[in-house]
Design a protein around this ligand. Structure first.
Ligand code: DGY
Length: 326
């Protein structure tokens, strides 16, 4: 990397609210530019790309061949600040063998914590309870507002990557009956966490709580749909901390209205931001959170730091700390 002060690499950070912890790592060796507005439009970001050496791509705008073309010939390295890479044209990066980083591991704890929060909030009807108070409908009594137990229940985790495994670790303190997981193949970590690999249909049939923690791609889009929702127990709670499009949202709204399943806790939905008049927000048995999975101070700092090191490594032509394994 150029060491001359006047010839420092130039990095575009696509959101100027990126945690300082990450920015200061970049500043030591590079000059940083940001778009003026927050959040910037994709067009504003594209206009700033010509001439930069690296990009810290914050947010979920399409990251594709157009970005790479716009950055040529100077652009050498990009890191996202996310675990999910559904908005990235991975095939294009692979075709060009272009250095691409992301930040998966550092957010697993925060996302798993949130998933457990959604499990409890949806299973125990927190949102519906709050609505009762707001509407002066607090009647009380031994049969009022009963929710689902966790103890002795079966938990299903669709996608047993780091986030899925971290959810399973959290659940070890809840005295659940068993943990099932599905995915492409059994994982060695499953045995350590006493989780059993099963086909997805068995998981859906058997589970009292179903967590979605699988990446969005063409084979997982609408994995949860009218048919698969009907395979679930009527008492089941669905928790999605992955991507909204993994669930057919219209089918979910119908299932929550007609009692096909008991409740849902969603960190992610379609579209994002969710319009205030969305049907989802009208459902008492849906706990909806605006994509806050990784939104803790420490986690965002860690993501920014890791992404910054990724970008620097890519510029220097050395291996990234957290390269995307394409
Ligand atoms: C991610 O990193 O992909 C999560 O959705 C948090 O933004």
């Amino acid at each position: 990397m150029a060491s001359d002060k006047n010839c420092r690499p130039k990095i575009l950070v696509t959101n100027k609210e990126t945690p300082e912890e990450g920015l200061k790592i970049l500043r030591e060796k590079c000059d940083i530019i940001f778009p003026e507005s927050v959040p910037a439009t994709r067009d504003e970001i594209l206009k700033l790309i010509p001439g930069v050496d690296g990009i810290l791509w914050v947010g979920h705008y399409a990251l594709n061949g157009e970005v790479l073309d716009t950055g040529m010939p100077t652009l050498k390295s990009i890191s996202t600040m996310s675990a999910g890479m559904d908005y990235v044209d991975i095939a294009e990066f692979k075709r060009r063998n272009f250095p691409l980083g992301f930040t998966p591991s550092v957010l697993s704890d925060a996302v798993a914590d949130e998933a457990i929060g959604l499990m409890i909030a949806a299973g125990r009807r927190f949102h519906e309870g709050r609505l009762k108070i707001d509407r002066s409908e607090w009647s009380g009594g031994p049969q009022w507002m009963l929710g689902q137990d966790i103890k002795a229940k079966t938990i299903g985790i669709i996608g047993f990557g780091e986030i899925g495994q971290t959810i399973a670790k959290r659940l070890s303190g809840f005295n659940v009956k068993r943990i099932l997981y599905s995915g492409r193949k059994p994982k060695p970590e499953g045995d350590k966490l006493r989780a059993k690999f099963v086909p997805q249909s068995e998981l859906l049939r058997e589970s009292d709580y179903v967590f979605i923690s699988i990446p969005l791609n063409n084979s997982t889009r609408h994995l949860i749909n009218e048919t698969t929702l009907k395979e679930m127990k009527r008492s089941a709670v669905l928790i999605n901390v992955a991507r909204g499009e993994i669930v057919d949202q219209d089918a979910l709204v119908a299932a929550l209205k007609n009692g096909t399943i008991f409740a849902a806790g969603l960190d992610v939905m379609t579209p994002e931001p969710l319009p205030a008049d969305s049907q989802l927000l009208k459902l008492p048995n849906a706990v909806i959170v605006p994509h806050l999975g990784s939104a803790t101070r420490r986690t965002r700092d860690d993501m920014a730091v890791l992404a910054a090191f990724n970008v620097l490594a890519g510029i220097e032509g050395s291996p990234m700390m957290s390269p995307y394994p394409y």
